[in-house]
Design a protein around this ligand. Structure first.
Ligand SMILES: [Zn+2]
Length: 307
């Protein structure tokens, strides 16, 4: 898994041929590999997930726990996987193999994907041996069986609103005067792009957080909301997923962070980002840059739109 959390279709096909496994068996066989990348310092309970995208790519997810923070700040492997797929512009996920039965929180989080009821899940457990398993498509069960009588985006949103993994551009531009720091140019641009991809239809307060590591590498994550609110992945969680998925090492390597979020929005990420980064990367400095929806008649706004 050097690459580390995404496998391109060519690699998937080559591995499949070498191993003699079907794609779904291969997916299941990769779960232990994913699990070994988990970072759960509180529970020591590692969870790994592998998901097949419509593009033929395989995405991985692991659970993240953070020392010194409430358990509610943890990121579950399935959330990581979905955020990782979104990060890479995947349009849909068809199958997921995961080491442990998805919890209620994750069953709900999946609902932000329009095809959620049709996504098929295989719980591999610790003893699953893909090489010896029969090619049994029935071993995968649709999410609708895990979460019947679901509460879903369609309970709150119009059908035409794009859901997670669907094309979106929130058309945010920086508030004039808030983009002056040239030292942070790369971070501001990355955070604004992440904010423009952010799935926040319930608050209309999309945001993005960009992190710079000591080696200069930048990682940006987009805030992802859930119709049920609590399973939402806030901007710091999303950026830490991007950091881990992008091959980041220890969190202490993160030295600078820039959040782009709406000015005066009903929902704000600044406080929670300060809390989380203050705990996991105490040496990291942090700034907030505000944005607003682009006004089409505003020529200055057009000039500031970096998408
Ligand atoms: Zn979960």
């Amino acid at each position: 898994m050097a690459g580390v959390f995404v496998m391109e279709p060519e690699e998937v096909q080559s591995l499949r041929k070498r191993s003699g496994l079907t794609t779904l068996q291969l997916l299941a066989s990769l779960v232990p590999q994913a699990k070994s990348k988990a970072r759960p310092p509180v529970s020591d309970y590692c969870v790994g997930a592998a998901g097949l995208g419509a593009s033929g790519r395989i995405f991985f997810g692991v659970n993240l726990e953070f020392l010194g923070l409430p358990l509610s700040q943890s990121v579950h492997a399935e959330q990581f996987l979905v955020a990782n797929a979104a990060l890479h512009g995947e349009s849909s996920i068809t199958h997921i193999a995961v080491s442990t039965t998805p919890c209620g929180h994750c069953r709900q989080f999946f609902q932000e994907i329009r095809s959620a009821p049709e996504i098929s899940i295989l719980v591999t457990g610790d003893g699953y041996d893909a090489a010896r398993a029969e090619p049994d498509p029935d071993a995968f069960r649709r999410i609708a069986l895990f979460l019947p009588h679901r509460f879903a985006p369609c309970d709150l949103l119009q059908e035409s609103v794009p859901l997670l993994l669907e094309n979106r551009n929130n058309r945010l531009v920086l508030v004039s005067g808030d983009d002056d720091s040239s030292a942070d140019r790369d971070l501001i641009d990355s955070a604004l792009r992440a904010a423009n991809r952010s799935h926040a239809p319930y608050s209309d307060c999309p945001s993005g957080l960009a992190l710079r590591a000591k080696d200069g590498k930048v990682f940006a994550g987009s805030y992802i909301e859930s119709a049920a609110h609590n399973p939402s992945l806030h901007a710091a969680q999303a950026a830490l997923v991007a950091f881990v998925a992008g091959g980041g090492g220890g969190y202490e390597e993160i030295e600078r962070a820039v959040l782009v979020e709406r000015e005066g929005g009903m929902v704000a990420q600044e406080g929670v980002v300060r809390l989380v980064l203050g705990s996991v990367a105490p040496g990291c400095s942090f700034s907030v840059v505000h944005c607003r929806p682009q006004i089409s008649v505003d020529g200055d706004g057009d000039a500031l739109n970096h998408n």
